[in-house]
Design a protein around this ligand. Structure first.
Ligand code: ADP
Length: 532
């Protein structure tokens, strides 16, 4: 084969931490622990501990390709494990502690995890699950030695004199499971190469836009979709990280102030909790330069509020299967000519693909006719690229078509300027009289009502129209509104035939382990519902 004349440099995760330790050795990594204490280390410290951890894993008898599970919040030791496990050739399985017991049982057994490293706060889960996880041979606790070996003692037995385990750049390094809104969770196994490319793409100015002076407090958990690749992108840019092992808005806001946090990232509910805290305490929002919102659609008021705060809002879209970044919002070519309102409007859409991924939409019925990027046609969103899934872990068949397109399960519109707009999930879209109604747009419009805390629209069977939308609403505490108020509020925001046939008030709306509305559970709860 005729190669060119450049060097062979395998795209392994070890290069990322070596680089951070070499070029940003003293850049701090701060952790606020569950017990309220705070510790500080730096990239050189993470590098040393990751090598010690790799040695300690080999000392336990683990070999290349073995899976190591974590059940933990965000902190520096969890960060160490991202590099330590990959550095010994292992595969880190970040488990979501909010999963239901049967899901936790399933994913650990399916991944055949050999080691489980967990936060003391999750000891009750460990006690309950231990007998159900026959493959787990070793338990280590990140932050306490009360019940089992503590992480610090465990790695403390090693000297860190260690050469990373080499291998192919297409070796696996991490596995994440989808939260399984339908059926069993499915494992997505990331490779060294895909992870590296994804993290480099995350550094584009049109994505996270880090510089050496960035200080990032990621609120997105390290167990959720690889924390959007932030630990790796952050290491590449040598940024300062501020982690909190607790998700309390008071702690987060205080840390942001004290540590000079410039960047943060989280799902919409996190921002909502921050706003509520600031309002209740009469505090200003943290002075962030950049806030990334993803995981579910960012509502208008959230974007407005952050933008008025002088914060650049990056509305991102992705999924576990896409590593996860697919698109990120940011200034478009005509940005400076847009009014504030227009900027908000644009930011409500899900941004544009970062270099490396391709998007297309296809007809929802035949799933093959490619739709125009005209800002109107709405279809099944498909994606391909080097950090997009090819096949689920242990699956026999590819998850893509022959040309590599992966069907995301989302419904979207592609605009001529490249902006992608999610309008629904294929299984949630409401089909009325042969036309599609976006449940997401109905919900987003409804939460704009001052008395509405949360809203979920689902299609209910209808004798004439096939399905008609019903809107389930949780009122804000102490607020008053009735079905007519909500419908009247929606009248000038959605097409007339989209207006829900009924508005039902409920005390709560079920959520998935990643904090998203669970339409599946809502449908089950109202399986006897009939439109009167
Ligand atoms: P899970 O299915 O486990 O909750 P994911 O985080 O992989 O996990 O969810 C991916 C899905 O979340 C996407 O397919 C999409 O439906 C939704 N999603 C992610 N980001 C956005 C966004 N910015 N706007 C709307 N929906 C989003």
């Amino acid at each position: 084969m005729a190669f060119g004349a450049m060097q062979d440099w395998s795209m392994r995760i070890s290069h990322v931490i070596d680089h951070a330790a070499r070029e940003a050795s003293g850049r701090e990594i701060v952790t606020h622990w569950a017990d309220g204490t705070e510790t500080r280390t730096d990239w050189a410290g993470i590098h040393l501990d990751a090598r010690k951890m790799a040695q300690a894993l080999l000392a336990l008898g683990l070999t290349k390709g073995d899976r190591v599970a974590s059940l933990a919040m965000n902190h520096s030791r969890h960060l160490v494990s991202w590099f330590g496990v990959a550095g010994m050739g292992g595969v880190l399985h970040t488990c979501n502690p909010r999963l239901f017991e049967d899901q936790l049982e399933y994913i650990v057994n399916h991944a055949e995890d050999k080691v489980m490293i967990y936060d003391a706060a999750f000891q009750p889960i460990i006690d309950k699950m231990r007998d159900k996880w026959p493959t787990v041979e070793h338990y280590i606790c990140f932050d306490s030695g009360e019940h089992t070996t503590s992480f610090e003692d465990w790695i403390g037995e090693q000297d860190g004199e260690f050469e990373w385990v080499e291998g192919d750049e297409r070796d696996p390094c991490m596995i994440c499971y989808t939260s399984g809104t339908t059926g069993n969770p499915k494992g997505v196994q990331y490779e060294h190469r895909s992870t590296l490319l994804h993290a480099m793409a995350g550094l584009q100015t049109s994505a996270f836009n880090f510089s050496g002076s960035s200080v990032m407090l990621p609120v997105v958990p390290m167990f959720h979709a690889a924390s959007w690749g932030l630990p790796y992108s952050g290491a590449m840019a040598g940024i300062k990280f501020v982690f909190s092992a607790v998700n309390d808005p008071a702690v987060l806001c205080d840390l942001m102030d004290r540590e000079g946090v410039t960047d943060s990232a989280g799902v919409p509910t996190v921002w909502l909790a921050t706003f509520q805290y600031c309002d209740a305490e009469g505090k200003d929002l943290p002075k962030l330069k950049s806030a990334t919102i993803g995981g579910s659609a960012a509502p208008r008021f959230m974007i407005e509020r952050l933008m008025k705060n002088g914060t650049r809002v990056q509305h991102a879209w992705g999924m576990t299967e896409t590593s996860p970044i697919g698109t990120v919002g940011g200034p478009t070519a005509n940005w400076d000519e847009l009014t504030f309102e227009e900027k908000v409007e644009k930011t409500m859409k899900q941004g544009r693909p970062i270099f490396g991924v391709e998007l297309r939409t296809v007809d929802l019925d035949d799933r093959s006719t490619v739709l125009p990027r005209d800002g109107e046609a709405s279809g099944a969103l498909q994606i391909r690229g080097p950090w997009i899934i090819k096949r689920y872990f242990k699956a026999e068949e590819d998850a893509t078509d022959a040309d590599g397109w992966f069907d995301t399960g989302d419904v979207a519109i592609l605009h001529p300027d490249g902006t992608m707009q999610i309008t629904d999930r294929t299984k949630d879209v409401i089909k009325s009289g042969g036309e599609w109604i976006s449940s997401v747009e109905l919900e987003n419009a409804a939460v704009g009502h001052p008395a509405v805390a949360e809203a979920a629209a689902i299609g209910m069977p209808h004798p004439k129209w096939d399905e008609r939308p019903v809107l389930f609403v949780v009122r804000k505490s102490g607020a008053e509104c009735n079905a007519e108020d909500v419908t009247a509020f929606l009248t000038d925001k959605v097409a007339k035939w989209w207006l829900p046939d009924a508005v039902e008030f409920v005390d709560d709306i079920p959520h998935t382990a990643t904090g998203k509305i669970s339409k599946k559970d809502l449908r089950e709860r109202f399986s006897d519902y009939t439109l009167g």
